[in-house]
Structure formats: C-alpha cells, structure tokens
Design a protein around this ligand. Structure first.
Ligand code: COA
Ligand code: AMP
Length: 632
C-alpha cells in the first residue's frame, strides 16, 4: 500500500499512470464521463477473451454529435472549427462549429438519400479538401463506417480496399493537386472499379475546377448538387462498440490490414489524449500537418481537436515548394496555431532549404507554443535543429495506426518530463509497455528487444481487422500470449524512458508513410524476367527510409529495360509514394542454408556498415560478389 507521504510525492503523471494500471475500469469511466453520451456507460470494459476488449459496452453515443452538435449546444457555435488552407489552389476558407455542423448535416442527408445507413461502408478517396473531413463526420453521423484511402495510392491498391470494405458509396474528387501537378482521380477510380469485384451503388464526385473529368462513372452523383438538395440529417445513436471506421495499413504481405476502430473507446481516447499528450484546451488551435488518409489525419486533423472543442487546420500543401520552405510558418502565423504536429521528414525538408530557420524569424509565431513529432523516430539532429531555430519545446511521441493515439509520449498535460533526444519519453497512462526477448521473457533495462503492450489495450486501440479476426489474433497476439506485439524494436532505460529504434518486420517508413517491403517484393517478383528479388529499407537523410530492390534476372533479360519497368510497376500498382527507384541487379542473392535471404546483411553492405558473415550462410562468396557489384 502507498502511504500518504509517498502519494503526495507522486507526479500527476505517475498518479494517472498508476491509477490506469491498477484500476483501469474506474480510471476510464472517469475519462468517459467528460463526454456527452446519449447514454453514459456504466461498465468500462468487457473482455470476451484475453485478446478482445469491448470498451464502454452499454454506452450509447454518436461521434459526430460529440465533435459538432455538442459544441454548438454548449455555446461554442461561433468559434472556428475548421480552417482550410490550400496554397496549391490559392484558397483559404473557414467554418465555425455551427457552419460545419450544417455542412455535415447536409452531407449526411445526401448519403442517407443514397441509401447509406448504420453499419454500411463508405469509401472516401479524396485529396486534402474540406469535403474529406465533412464526409468522415457525415458517415459518423449516420453510424456508417468510413474507410479513407490515401490519395497517393494507385488504382490497384484502391481496388483491393474496395473489395475488402465493400462500400455502398465511394466518395472521390475529379483530382488531387501535388504541388503544381494535377493528379486526375476519376480515371484512377474508374480503373480501380474495373479491377474490383465489388461495385458500389453510387460514386459521389467533388467537381474541382482544376480538372474537368470527361469520365462518367456508373451511377455518378455530383457532390455539390446532391448536398444542396439533401435534407439535413440528425445524429444516429450507436453503441460505443460499433465501428466508426476502417483504415487500411501495410502489413508484411500484399494484403493490407483493415484496422477497425470503435466509436466509444476512440472518442474517449481522443479527448483524453488532447489534454494529456498535447496539453491542449478547448478554443486552442491545433494543426496536424498530415493527410486524412493516414491515422494522424483521422485522429488529429478531424476527430480529436473537434471532440475537445479546438480549431483544426486542414492544409493542402507541402512543407516545401508550396511555394517555399516558409509554408509551415506562414500557416502557423495566419491561424495563430498553438501546437504543430508533423513528421520529422517534413522538418528535414525545411531544414535542407532553410538551414538557419530564416522563415521562422520573418513570421509572427507568438501563438505557437510547441511541436509534436511522430510517424518515424525523431532523429537527434532534427530535434536539435527545430528546438534551436524555434526556441520551443519539441516532443517526440510514438504510436501506430493500430493504436490510434500515442503509446509513449511526454505527458505534458500532466507532468512535463525532461526530454531525452531520440526517445519517445514514457508510456502514456493506460499503456503497459514491456520489452520482451524472443523467448517471451522480460528484458532488463537498457536491453533491446521486441516492444509489446500488456493486455488489455486501452480505449481507442483497434478492436479487430475488418473481416479478418483470425489475422488480428495471429499477427498481433499470438507471439506472446497476454501481449500486443507492436512490430517495433527498442528498449526502456533505467528511468523508464522508451526508445523505439525501428521495425522488426517488413514494414518501412518512407517520408512518414508506412509501406510494406513484402508487398513491393511481390510486385517485383511478378515481373516475368525476375528470377528472384529482395526489397529492403535503407536509411535516407530526407525521407528517413527508402526502399531498394536487389534483383536476379533471367539470363536473357534486358537490364535497363527491366529496371524501368519495375519502377513503373511499383508506381502503377502501389503508388508514387512507394519511391522505389533504385534497382540493383545482382547475379545471386545471399541466403541461409535453409533458403532465407540475408536482408540484414544486404542492408549493411549497401550502407557500408561493418557486418559479420552469418554462420548460417549457404555460400559466403555471394557477399563479395554483391559488394563488388555495388562498387561498380
Ligand atoms: N497523391 C498523389 N501522389 C502523391 C501524393 C498524393 N496525396 N502524395 C505524394 N505523392 C507522390 C508525389 O507526387 C511524388 O511523385 P513523383 O515521384 O511523381 O514526384 C511521390 O508520391 C513521392 O512524394 P513525396 O513523398 O511527397 O516526396 P517529395 O520528394 O515530393 O516530398 C517531402 C518530400 C518530405 C516534402 C514530403 O514527403 C512530405 O511532405 N512528407 C511529409 C509527409 C507526412 O506528413 N507524413 C505524415 C504522415 S503522419
Ligand atoms: P503508422 O501506422 O503509419 O502510424 O506507422 C507506425 C510506425 O511508425 C511505428 O510502428 C513505428 O515504426 C513508426 N513510428 C511512429 N512514430 C514513431 C516514433 N515517435 N518513434 C519511432 N518510430 C515511430
């Protein structure tokens, strides 16, 4: 038992972390009580088995109501809810909570008129335009399940997601805009629909003046016309355990994983994290410079800031070249942003063009108080640069699509901890992080191992994989019974700080985008003139990681032609964001005696790192061949 003197000495962070660990049900019911439920839950957690968690099973609610109606009812209607800033179209727009609610009511009415009801899936393939947020919230309003697909994915990836989610309606736009390049979306969607087995009943298209599509999809509906004539729709009561969305993320194979998030646990986690992890209050301006196609966009562009009553920024641009490396500072100035969340790669891009941080000096950043970085490890040089040029605190935090919010963070809303560079700080209250050895035993402090989270996972984490609960159980929970396997490796130091050092599987992070080398390998291997191949991630000073392919060709193949074709195949089948541009032709691949390709050794050779010849290697001479080939 803790005596009262000790309790006084505990920091606010330690108190909450202890309470969440020792009395999770009481702790999370307290957090849930801060939200406007239709029926407040009386039970925090039901666990039908060790793996599955159902948070707030008797709660009734609506996520869109919590994000919009509630604020209008409680007097926040005139506050700006959403800023839209698009340097690529030279547009700035803003919506108060009342105005955004009206837009969403109309969009929900449109979807309802198209036959969408609770539990139906709606696939959203949109660029960073306000309709993306409106469409997500409209689905939530109806209790429909949205599945947003990142605009940078190719038609084939879109088709896979259409077939898996089986949406009743697809919402898209005529185009996206990448800096000054128009990316026509409707032809991409048409191609995806031609590839897919499942066909939606309707395709709702946002007509953008930058690209007038000649393509007419089957049962095409114009967004604006349909929204204008729709009847406003109210918020439908759903169970807290009903799904809010599916978000596909890369696994180790060509089949993406459909992460399913519930309504109630998600809303509670979003609300709690805005205060605890980000130290925000209602009325603050929060900007997550990500894309709605990624989990960061779901959680921290759309849901969390609105659920707390903040103003959020939706930015259709890049950190550089739209039009310059001052873009982020200009946006922070224009909307008096209080906290900026972005990927380290974005700041590496800015630093490259503006090493002295001149852009910060020429803008009024008096409102900006802190930075949050995630998506990849915050490397110490990027941390130091941003901290020095801004004079502001920079917080790394670690999370994944699967969890939906930070597993480890600097809990500044409770207790600001001293920063250690290259470190995500400490376990967020609710997460019990353990470092496990391969045999499942717990590692000592400082010892590297597999990062795992003791079950149950806190509210907000994924509840299953869409239509593939077996994969959910086997991919994440079978290696170490009683734990969620994160797929990341790292260690915890003597002070309890969590260092996340990188993936232990075939997943890589390219410019903060999560991609599967296994999937790329499948595309490369499918080329008729490729005998075998290995795709792996190597370090890149701008994008963190980049994929490269080692390829063995059939004897008669034309090397330069096949290289070009492989680059194009990856772009066509996965998307330009995969950035697989370097194809290395080798005569043979180094393997173990059991036939496993020695990817780690290949990476070490490529990066000119010291390596030891693995004792299991079949033919050590191949390593010298590879080295000689790379030196040419
Ligand atoms: N739709 C279509 N294509 C897209 C796209 C989208 N939404 N996003 C990227 N692409 C394409 C780009 O046009 C580019 O194509 P190209 O090879 O034909 O030129 C390719 O994908 C690679 O794009 P990108 O990764 O953006 O590289 P870049 O060199 O143009 O820019 C950065 C480098 C660092 C500025 C950029 O990657 C960036 O802003 N990264 C931050 C990403 C981020 O915020 N991630 C956070 C997720 S939490
Ligand atoms: P995603 O699911 O796209 O959010 O990617 C999750 C992966 O990104 C994690 O498994 C990590 O490999 C990596 N990642 C995200 N944030 C961090 C961080 N702060 N430090 C280290 N790795 C991170």
């Amino acid at each position: 038992m803790t005596n009262s003197n000790e309790a006084v000495a505990l920091s606010a962070y330690q108190q909450q972390a202890n309470q969440a660990k020792q009395h999770p049900e009481e702790f999370w019911l307290q957090q849930a009580a801060a939200l406007p439920w239709f029926e407040t839950p009386s039970t925090a957690l039901e666990r039908p088995d060790e793996i599955h968690s159902q948070w707030f099973p008797d709660g009734l609610m609506n996520t869109c109501f919590m994000a919009l109606d509630h604020h209008v009812v409680s007097g926040r209607g005139e506050q700006i809810a959403l800023y839209y800033d698009s340097p690529v179209t030279d547009t700035k727009q803003q919506w108060t909570y009342s105005e955004l609610l009206q837009e969403v009511e109309q969009a929900a009415g449109m979807l309802s008129a198209l036959g969408v009801t609770k539990g139906d899936r709606v696939l959203i393939y949109l660029p960073m335009i306000p309709q993306a947020a409106v469409a997500m919230l409209a689905c939530a309003r109806l209790g429909a399940i949205h599945s947003v697909v990142f605009g940078g994915f190719a038609a084939n990836e879109l088709a896979i997601r259409i077939d898996d989610a089986q949406p009743k309606v697809v919402i898209s736009a005529t185009c996206g805009i990448e800096i000054e390049k128009i990316i026509p979306y409707t032809p991409l969607l048409a191609k995806a629909l031609a590839l897919a087995n499942h066909q939606p009943n309707h395709c709702v298209i946002v007509d953008r003046e930058q690209y007038q599509s000649s393509e007419q999809l089957e049962n095409q509906v114009d967004w604006q016309t349909a929204v204008d004539k729709a009847q406003p729709h109210g918020a439908v009561a759903v169970a807290a355990t009903d799904p809010l969305y599916i978000l596909y993320t890369s696994g180790t194979t060509g089949k993406p994983k459909g992460v399913v998030r519930d309504n109630g646990g998600h809303a509670v986690a979003m609300h709690y994290s805005m205060r605890t992890v980000y130290g925000m209050s209602p009325g603050d301006v929060f900007w997550a410079a990500s894309d709605v196609g990624w989990v960061v966009g779901h959680s921290y562009i759309v849901y969390a800031p609105l659920i707390l009553g903040c103003s959020t920024v939706l930015y259709e641009g890049k950190p550089i070249r739209t039009p310059n490396a001052e873009a982020f500072w200009r946006v922070c100035q224009d909307y008096k942003v209080n906290a900026l969340f972005a990927a380290p790669t974005a700041f590496r891009a800015i630093r490259k063009e503006d090493p002295q941080g001149e852009g910060l000096k020429s803008h009024d950043l008096s409102a900006l108080k802190k930075f949050f970085l995630a998506g990849e490890r915050l490397d110490p040089p990027t941390y130091q640069w941003l901290n020095q040029v801004s004079g502001l605190p920079v917080y790394d935090h670690w999370w994944q699509t699967e969890t939906g919010w930070a597993i480890a963070c600097n809990p500044i809303g409770l207790t600001a901890m001293p920063v250690k560079e290259g470190c995500a700080t400490v376990a967020t209250p609710g997460y019990q992080i353990k470092i496990l050895r391969d045999d499942g035993s717990e590692a000592n402090a400082q010892e590297q191992g597999n990062i795992a989270i003791q079950l149950p996972l806190p509210p907000g984490c994924f509840t299953t994989l869409w239509q593939d609960d077996e994969r959910y159980c086997s991919s994440y929970f079978s290696a170490y019974p009683g734990y969620y396997l994160s797929g990341d490796g790292g260690f915890i130091d003597d002070d309890g700080y969590v260092f996340v050092m990188g993936r232990i599987d075939d997943v890589i992070n390219v410019a903060g985008h999560r991609l599967s080398t296994g999937e790329m390998e499948e595309v490369v291997a499918a080329h008729p003139q490729v005998a075998e191949c290995a795709v792996l991630g190597v370090q890149d000073t701008l994008k963190g990681e980049l994929p490269i392919a080692f390829v063995v060709l059939q004897a008669e193949a034309d090397q330069s032609l096949v290289k070009q074709q492989l680059v194009q195949r990856i772009r066509d089948q996965i998307g330009a964001i995969a950035c697989l541009k370097e194809i290395l032709i080798v005569a043979r691949l180094p393997k173990t005696r059991s036939g496993k390709i020695l990817r780690r050794t290949l990476r070490q050779i490529y990066q000119h790192e010291p390596y030891t010849v693995p004792s299991t290697i079949d033919d050590p001479a191949i390593l010298d061949e590879v080295k000689a080939g790379l030196a040419q």
